[in-house]
Structure formats: structure tokens, C-alpha cells
Ligand binder design. Sequence first.
Ligand SMILES: Cc1cc2nc3c(=O)[nH]c(=O)nc-3n(C[C@H](O)[C@H](O)[C@H](O)COP(=O)(O)OP(=O)(O)OC[C@H]3O[C@@H](n4cnc5c(N)ncnc54)[C@H](O)[C@@H]3O)c2cc1C
Length: 397
Amino acid sequence: MIAGAGQAGARAAEALRSRGFKGAITMIGDEPHPPYERPQLSKAMLHSPDTPVAYIKQPRDWNEALGVRLKTGAAAVDCDTDRRIVSTADGRSFPFDRLLLATGTRPRRLAALEGASLDVQYLRNVEDAFQFRRHIAARSRIVIVGGGVIGLEAACAAAKSGCHVTVIESEARLLARAFPTLISDLVADRHRSHGVAFVFSATVTGSTSHSVQLSNGTEIVADLVLVGIGVTPSSELAARLGLPTVDGIAVDVCGRTAVSDVFCAGDAALQWSRCHGRAVRVETWANAQNQAIAVAANMIGEINAYNDPPWFWTDQYDLNIQVVGDMRDADHIARGDPASAKFSIIAMRGTEVVGALAVNAAKDMAMLRRIIAANAKPLRAYLESPSYDLRAALKAQ
Ligand SMILES: Cc1cc2nc3c(=O)[nH]c(=O)nc-3n(C[C@H](O)[C@H](O)[C@H](O)COP(=O)(O)OP(=O)(O)OC[C@H]3O[C@@H](n4cnc5c(N)ncnc54)[C@H](O)[C@@H]3O)c2cc1C
């Protein structure tokens, strides 16, 4: 049984079959759609209206090709581990032997805009992307709350289409959660050159039917407010199982929760990260795919420790930025010239490479991901040399 029909649930179902599992698989999802990938909701689908939804499989293939009983539009609301039954909001019950929680996350709500008469939206699902696209087409005046990856990708699409865009960020810079200041500045400059305005160190305190009011006393006229202030894990089902759910559902390296035969994968899972030195939730496409595949194998008796370093990317204008591991509280070593908009930064703590980011430098990133995954320990002096071939770090392993 898989609760949650997003990317992690879907990849787990596929992996169960590809590894020879012949038993029944039921996947329950509360969205009206079969599983799809989300990255293009803030990218291609906003830039080109013809971009189709990235379904992982066509609806009929779940049943016909994979033999997965897919229940869409059904929220799993309760779970009885003694009777081994998951119940849905519409009163149906589904039996299970093993349960995968793949319930993901949902957008954190902005209390100051609850009940606003102004158009307010979030960007998590297909309907959200369609709604935002309509505003882009109408050349709306858009306020984006939150200068994180999703808000900025949406800002990029809207600005390129001629919308008037203002981003409100509570921190003093963009992308403060995962990126160094150098990248914040680079990204802000790119947006400004496309007409995006920023208000830093301010929050939204209220709204009228045509504007938002900010903590710094200013008011900004808007047709739409897009809120992108992070996500919270959907862990109600886990809570019904008695699992602790502080910032996610804690799992071991095999994706096992503290309840026997109950596993968790994807955005909702709180898992150990060597790079961070603590348990984190990894809200990335790669994790939703690869951790889910590893956990699915563990559900059918394999022992697969999953410890890939977290990796994600963002595309904004001509910038492809990729990050692996953790860049914070580390020494940064630059490779290439940051002024050229093609460079990498490697993060080291002591002798360990714990993170890296690459701007328009996908080849560097491919090697750096491998170096960090292998916990290779190239000498800092080598990494500081502009001519050092990163492949050597792996050969030295
Ligand atoms: C707009 C956007 C852009 C992104 N871009 C990138 C990117 O560029 N790069 C990157 O690495 N990552 C990106 N991500 C993140 C990536 O898409 C997520 O990490 C991934 O979708 C997580 O998959 P998941 O299956 O764990 O969770 P989800 O995709 O959230 O799927 C969980 C599903 O379970 C459903 N569900 C929840 N509770 C229940 C319940 N009780 N019963 C039934 N169903 C339930 C949810 O509605 C949802 O459909 C992006 C995300 C968004 C929203």
C-alpha cells in the first residue's frame, strides 16, 4: 500500500514491479491526477503554455501495464496497524501488509493573507500552475512573497512575459536558506535586469482588494499574490500511527519508520544527511525518485542503505544553478570566475567536501556529486588550483 500518489509513491510502485514483486499494490492519492513530476510547474509550464503535464505514466498504464490499483481523489485519513487497514475520507478501507508513506509536503500558508479579497495563490500542483499561467497571460501585476527557488522561478516566467513583478523577502537577501551571498546577488541582478523589483527585510501584514501592505509601512498594488514561503510535511497519517512528526517523518537509512512494516520516502521523510551532519527533509526531485526506489526495495526484503547527498537545480533566465550537499557553515573554494556566470563553489568542513554549487557548470557538478557521494577527500590545496581535474579526486579513492 502506498499512501500518496506523487513522484515518490509512483517511483516506489514502479520499483516494486521492476524488482519482481508480484503482490497487490494499491496507491492512494488525494489529487484528481495520476502521479506527475512537479519541477516543470514553475518552469516549462509557465514559459510555454503548450507544455503538457509531466505524468509519470498515462492513467490507464498504472492499472494495465503495472497492475497498480490507483485511487485518485482519495485522501488517506486513518491507519489501523493492528487490522492493517488504511481508510480514506470517503469511508473506504484498504488492507496492507507493508505501508509506504509518500505524502510529500504542502505549501506553508501565509496567515496575513488568509481570507484576503485579493487573488492569493500557492504553487504546488497542476491547478496552481494553470492559474498562475492565466495571470501571466493577462500581464497581471504580481507580488511574490518569498525569494526562494519556487517564487523566483515563477518571477522569472512572469517577468519574461511582461508582467510587473515585485518579490517580497523577509531576509536581507534571496535564497538565504541554501545559497551563499554571491549567488543571492547574481540571481537578484539577473531578475532586476528583467524588471523584477525586490523588497527585502519585509513581510506582508495585510491586504486590500487591490494591494498588499508590508511591515515596512509600504503598500504594493497587485492583481495576484503568489506565496512561496516553504512547505510543511503532510504527516497527519503518520501522526495517526503514533509516529513523531516534528518536521517530517523520521526514517532510518532504509526508509523504515519506528512502526514495523511502515516506511516513508520523498519530501515527507526526515533522513540522516552526512553533509548536513543532522537529519533533514530533502525536498528534491532526485530524492523523490532515488530514495523511493531504494525504500521500495527494502519493503520487499532487500537491504539498501540510501545515503545519496541531496541535490537539486533551479533554472532562471540564462542561469542553471545546481546544489549538492550543504553549503552552510563551511569554507568556500571557487573554481572559475564568478563574474563569468560559469563557475562552481566547493564547500569544505575540515578535510571533508560537504557541498558544492555550480552555475552553468553541469560537468563540474556531475563530478562533485560523485566526489561527495563517495566521501572522497581531495586535498584542499588541489581543489584551490584552477587547473585541478576533479576526476583525479575519484581516481585517488
Ligand atoms: C513548483 C515546484 C517546482 C519544483 N522544482 C524542482 C526542481 O527544479 N528541482 C528539484 O530537485 N525539485 C523540485 N521540486 C521538488 C520536487 O518536485 C519534490 O521534491 C517532489 O515532488 C517530492 O515528491 P513526493 O512524492 O515526496 O511529494 P509530492 O510531490 O508532494 O507528492 C505527495 C502526494 O501525496 C498526496 N497526499 C498527501 N497526503 C495525502 C493523504 N493523506 N492521502 C492521499 N494523498 C496524499 C499529495 O497531495 C501529493 O499528491 C519542485 C516542486 C515544486 C512544487
